[in-house]
Design a protein around this ligand. Structure first.
Ligand SMILES: [Zn+2]
Length: 608
């Protein structure tokens, strides 16, 4: 896994850090950094590293854009530090920053994220950054040089990397510092410094310490690394470009403080798509929304199992979500079966909310969404009945979370085409099935077991019946979904059979009509093809039935062979003899063919 590679380079105590500016509802993509760092935190502790994980709320940053959900009143606060802006009406938060970050931090505890939270307002106001601010301002010349050399940005000769909270208008985004005398900075609140806020024109001289202003965020990064002793901090790939903000922050750390920068774990974008997503505006998909939907272990799996260097193209479309759950469940099953690699075991622990894995039996997301849509079914009760030995407390908790997720998906993201509707009568589209598919369904009804079976036993029953038709598995399942759900796909058929009424299924399959001639033509082999097949699949036993169809002249002869192979599986072969004269001619041709064969097939044919 990616975190093993990261770990190889480390020694001594570790401090992992990540941060977020609370300038609006937090997008789900921001959870990627949170969980990548959390996975590292867990793995490092597990390997005996003395490790802390801190998460900073950058709430001294200015409001530099209108939050998508904010009212027009917010405009007057453009340029203010986020923590100095009142919370929206009706919010219980102390201020705007607190309002937005509270929702995000609520998810941390649900996901079992072990970060210690700190707020930049407290760091600045408590004076913890005073030393870093003083040293950076004294070496403003070096910062200007780094900007010019690393990011090719020219700053005026009197530019200083600091922004004061204007004593007259309260804005921080509009001020510019032009001098530092070791005690105080000289600043100007400029009308046109930025496009998104207007300064008041005030000029003044003030101490830069104890929260009277802040460093620009590239230098804030530098100051955090120096002050806190951060050893690992990953960053989104947009910050990690050559000459980008990460390069600037690292160069300043080296030049001013003589310190080696923390280990970077660059990570790629997290993109969201889905049929129901195109309509959302502004923030896109809030982290809270996805955390309301996905169970925490699935959300952790999504963020941690994808290597940081790969883009996540998250989608709320059904196929994507089903695949996500199934991939997670395969990991659970492989660990449960004892066949997992040590890395898989470690990944699963990292994915679990409380950091340890207790065996459980996950019920697939696709099946749950289907069952929830079947009328008159108490899904939880039905599932309890069908799990051998009953559900453990862990199973029950997981099932509850999945039922919630499946309901949420159906209510929020499902399109009409995604819906599963149990067809009360045989759908008209059943006509589009091939004669072979229809014959398969008919046979399914005739062979349907009297006694209830498990999901897997029903699934085996479907495979067996498909071989006895014969029909490919894909076409067989498509036929089942067509006549029950009027769709060409669906949840595991064996599971559907287990939850649906036997009489309903037998009746439905019994209603199917098909033309025998078309069925024979579709499935029939000639004697040469059949000989080749029998040569490569030598049977251990064989029975043969013949039929002579004299509806046409000359007639069509059919030999149906039911053969058992060494693996215990039974197959059916249908051999067609064209242009048959009469019964005697038919028998003679069958005999002639049988003489070219050996073993049980030859014996069976000799007796027809
Ligand atoms: Zn001002």
């Amino acid at each position: 896994m990616w975190y093993d590679t990261v770990m190889e380079t480390l020694s001594g105590p570790q401090l992992i850090n990540d941060s977020k500016t609370p300038s609006g509802r937090v997008h789900v993509g921001s959870l990627r950094g949170v969980l990548i760092h959390d996975a590292l935190f867990r793995v490092l502790k597990d390997h005996g590293f003395e490790t802390r994980y801190t998460y900073g709320i950058d709430d001294y940053d200015p409001l530099d854009g209108l939050p998508a959900d904010a009212g027009p009143d917010i405009r007057q606060y453009m340029g203010f530090p986020l923590c100095n802006i009142p919370a929206p009406e009706g919010s219980t938060a102390t201020d705007l920053a607190d309002h937005y970050i509270s929702e995000f931090l609520g998810i941390f505890s649900e996901l079992g994220v072990g970060a210690e939270i700190y707020r930049m307002r407290d760091i600045y106001r408590s004076g913890r950054f005073n030393e870093a601010i003083d040293r950076i301002l004294r070496r403003a010349d070096i910062v200007r040089q780094v900007y010019a050399e690393v990011s090719k940005a020219q700053r005026p000769a009197d530019w200083h990397p600091f922004q004061v909270v204007c004593e007259q208008c309260g804005k921080i985004g509009t001020t510019e510092v032009t001098a530092y005398d070791g005690q105080e900075v000289t600043y100007h609140c400029r009308k046109n410094l930025v496009k998104w806020a207007e300064g008041c024109g005030h000029t003044g001289k003030v101490s830069p310490f104890d929260g009277r202003g802040k460093l620009p965020w590239k230098l804030e990064w530098t100051a955090k690394w120096f002050t806190f002793g951060i050893t690992i901090e990953g960053a989104g790939k947009d910050h990690c470009t050559r000459g980008g903000s990460r390069d600037v922050a690292e160069a300043c750390l080296r030049a001013i403080f003589g310190i080696t920068p923390p280990l970077n774990v660059p990570y790629e974008f997290f993109l969201v798509s889905g049929a129901k997503m195109s309509s959302s505006k502004g923030v896109g998909t809030a982290a809270r929304e996805i955390a309301n939907f996905l169970p925490p272990e699935i959300l952790r799996f999504l963020m941690i199992n994808t290597p940081p260097k790969r883009t996540v193209n998250f989608s709320t479309d059904f196929d994507y979500i089903v695949k996500l759950f199934n991939e997670h469940d395969r990991l659970v099953e492989s660990v449960g079966s004892g066949k997992a690699t040590p890395t898989q075991g470690k990944t699963l622990q990292t994915v679990e909310v409380d950091g340890r894995h207790t065996a459980y039996h996950p019920v697939g997301f696709q099946l749950l969404t289907a069952l929830l849509q079947l009328p008159h079914l108490d899904v939880q009760q039905e599932i309890e009945k069908r799990i051998a030995g009953g559900l453990s407390a862990e199973d029950r908790a997981i099932l509850q979370r999945r039922l919630t997720a499946a309901r949420y998906w159906l209510d929020t993201y499902a399109s009409e085409a995604d819906r599963v509707v149990l067809q009360e009568s045989l759908p008209a589209s059943a006509d589009t099935l091939t004669a072979t598919q229809k014959a398969f369904l008919k046979l399914l009804g005739e062979r349907f077991p009297e006694q209830a079976l498990s999901d897997d036993e029903y699934q085996t029953f479907v495979f067996d019946t498909a071989r006895l038709t014969p029909l490919g598995q894909k076409e067989a399942f498509a036929a089942i979904y067509r006549v029950i759900l009027d769709q060409d796909k669906g949840p595991k058929a064996g599971s559907l059979f287990a939850f649906l009424d036997r009489a309903f299924l037998v009746k439905r399959f019994g209603e199917i009509r098909f033309g025998h001639r078309a069925f024979w033509q579709e499935t029939g082999l000639d004697t040469a093809e059949a000989s080749v097949w029998l040569g490569s699949h030598p049977p251990v036993s064989c029975t043969a039935v013949t039929a002579l169809d004299q509806d046409t002249s000359p007639a069509l002869g059919v030999v149906e062979l039911t053969v058992r192979l060494e693996d215990g599986k039974t197959h059916r072969l249908r051999v067609l003899l064209q242009d048959v004269g009469d019964a005697a001619d038919f028998r003679q041709r069958v005999q002639a063919w049988s003489q070219t064969l050996a073993g049980p097939v030859a014996v069976a044919l000799a007796n027809v």
